[in-house]
Design a protein around this ligand. Structure first.
Ligand code: ZN
Length: 248
């Protein structure tokens, strides 16, 4: 199926703003103005970007260093691998700053007789929600270096990089964050109780930021097989790295 790009005009500079079906928030590549597609209105929330610190050559160096390090990799991995793709993509995220509270009631069965326990978990988070339907992206592994965020500036985006638009509105992202935190807290509850009778998570929203973060998608070939790596472009963290199996 061909992807049909549609057009609206940037309300700031008048340039055509391209977007694809499913995208809800678009950023003008000529002036950086961000628009809510449905209404054509300006986007009123903070839009930030993390600066990419690597050139394609530098990211290749980082990948080769990673290949040379660690015990679980083939000894000749760095030498024998061919890097076949290195794409810089600015992925859209919602950074949801909340205080989340889960009130719970459950059964503690580790002692006899079992007892009913009640309590609450309260934590603060900068919870990250990927604003794209991209199964397999390791969002929970990504400790986004938020200290490095600056106001979005289209001039900071490299010509060869790809900038993806959000497929998720603010309220959807907030609800998704609440659900994910609820799941996380239910996992934490297992330390205190063995069976959950009820658990309810509420969030007190402090701030919500729309953020583009630079992520390198790397593909490499080793002994005829293809492998993938995902590397954060701000600090160089390897978020995912496929390793060929080693036969001893
Ligand atoms: Zn514009």
């Amino acid at each position: 199926m061909a992807v049909v790009a549609q057009n609206i005009r940037c309300s700031h500079c008048g340039a055509p703003v391209e977007f694809k079906p499913g995208e809800l928030i678009a950023t003008c590549k000529y002036c950086g103005f961000t628009t809510v597609i449905e209404t054509g209105q300006a986007f009123n929330f903070e839009h930030s970007v993390l600066i990419n610190s690597y050139t394609p050559e530098q990211i290749e160096g980082l990948v080769r260093d990673w290949m040379r390090s660690g015990f679980m990799k083939p000894g000749n991995l760095a030498k024998k691998s061919k890097i076949t793709e290195k794409n810089l993509v600015y992925l859209p995220f919602w950074v949801v700053t909340v205080e989340a509270t889960t009130k719970y009631k459950g059964i503690f069965e580790r002692i006899s007789p079992a007892i009913v326990k009640e309590g609450q978990i309260q934590r603060e988070y900068n919870w990250l929600v990927l604003a794209r339907d991209a199964a397999g992206f390791p969002t929970r592994e990504y400790d986004v270096p938020l200290a490095g965020k600056v106001p979005y500036d289209f001039r900071k985006i490299e010509g060869f990089a790809k900038l993806l638009n959000s497929e998720m509105e603010r309220d959807q992202a907030l609800e998704l964050a609440r659900q994910q935190i609820d799941g996380h807290h239910r996992f934490l509850l297992q330390q205190d109780i063995d069976r959950i009778v009820e658990a309810q998570t509420s969030v007190d929203l402090k701030q919500m930021v729309y953020l583009h973060a630079p992520v390198w998608f790397i593909k490499y070939e080793y002994k005829g097989n293809n492998y993938q790596m995902i590397v954060d472009g701000a600090k160089g963290m390897v978020l995912k790295g496929d390793i060929p199996s080693v036969k001893f």
